[in-house]
Design a protein around this ligand. Structure first.
Ligand code: MN3
Length: 201
């Protein structure tokens, strides 16, 4: 069965008052994410060894294989974006629930220190990529970053709780070249911490 573009869990205009305009979400979800899904389906159609595999299996199977890089990039980006949309909330953006706050404080020293680490990862990712909050196999939270379409699922760094897209297509209409402002605004007004807490288990 072909992979499909998931429905955006809110209206395209829902984050407009929070620093992510309707046109950004129309282009980002309807055009960019759709393009990754379409490309991935094209590769699967032509390659029997990919057929019948889950998205996660395709990502793990193609990671680090030079001849499979185009498949990995598009599969990774489909996974990344599918997880990115529910990691933003028009109603609960920026609100950190108590259990996650406690865990962030335990593992980073304070919520501010977590935000600082996340912002550093997101702004020092050279070129396109992502920054993540992950639950490591050792049970501790950590911040990581990935280039292009990669992610912590591929590298085994941990379970993704939160992630920000720092490709220019995700912020250029709203923040132009000011990636640090995009990241700060995203952490303070858009990030869906209740979803991250739910993923903690
Ligand atoms: Mn993107």
């Amino acid at each position: 069965m072909a992979f499909e573009l998931p429905t955006l869990p809110y209206a395209h205009s829902a984050l407009a008052g929070h620093g992510m305009c309707q046109e950004t979400l129309e282009l980002h979800h309807d055009k960019h994410h759709q393009a990754y899904v379409t490309a991935l389906n094209g590769f699967v159609e032509k390659n029997a060894e990919l057929q019948g595999k889950s998205l996660e299996d395709i990502i793990k199977h193609t990671h680090g294989k030079a001849d499979m890089a185009p498949v990995f990039n598009n599969a990774g980006q489909h996974w990344n974006h599918s997880h990115f949309w529910p990691m933003m909330s028009p109603t609960d953006g920026g609100k950190i629930p108590a259990r996650l706050e406690k865990k962030l404080t335990e593992d980073f020293g304070s919520v501010d220190k977590f935000k600082e680490a996340f912002k550093t990862a997101a702004t020092t990712q050279f070129g396109s990529g992502w920054a993540w909050l992950v639950l490591q196999p050792d049970g501790k939270l950590a911040v990581t970053k990935s280039p292009n379409g990669s992610n912590p699922l591929a590298t085994g760094e941990g379970k993704v709780l939160l992630g920000i897209d720092v490709w220019e297509h995700s912020y250029y209409l709203d923040f132009r070249n000011r990636r640090p402002d995009y990241v700060t605004n995203w952490l303070d007004k858009i990030a869906h911490y209740a979803h991250a807490e739910h993923l903690l288990g």
